[in-house]
Design a protein around this ligand. Structure first.
Ligand SMILES: [Zn+2]
Length: 130
């Protein structure tokens, strides 16, 4: 997807469409999810392209993702769809993984699992579309 060729409104529309699609696919349609598209100055996006915080009993979450036009690194591709899948998957792990310490073995294992699962889901979806 050529994000830079789209104006902000079109880009946002596409990104919200992607959020809705994966919210449904992942069985999270009943969650109340707000997504903000931010630039790299956002303190939650200093070391990541996505961020999520949630209130489990309310089934409400805030996702922040990096605006794809902000991505400058030519060596690594930024695929916002994968980031959105990744952040949504955190909600499935939320009941058991809320209090994991950031660099604990369990936290790293959970992140690794989420990275692998989001990659696999994204790839399978792309293959299905091809
Ligand atoms: Zn993560």
């Amino acid at each position: 997807m050529n994000w830079k060729a789209m104006d902000k409104t079109v880009r946002e529309g596409k990104l919200f469409g992607i959020l809705k699609k994966w919210q449904r696919s992942l069985g999270l349609a009943h969650w109340d999810i707000v997504m903000e598209i931010k630039d790299q100055r956002d303190p939650d996006l200093q070391e990541a392209k996505g961020f999520i915080n949630w209130v489990l009993p309310a089934q409400a979450a805030l996702i922040k993702i990096l605006d794809p036009v902000e991505w400058e690194d030519p060596c690594f591709r930024y695929v916002p769809e994968k980031t959105i899948i990744h952040e949504l998957l955190h909600l499935h792990f939320a009941p058991c993984c809320r209090d994991l310490e950031n660099n604990s073995l369990e936290h790293v294992a959970m992140e690794q699992a989420i990275i692998r699962i989001s990659d696999a889901l994204y790839r399978a979806d792309q293959e299905a579309l091809a």
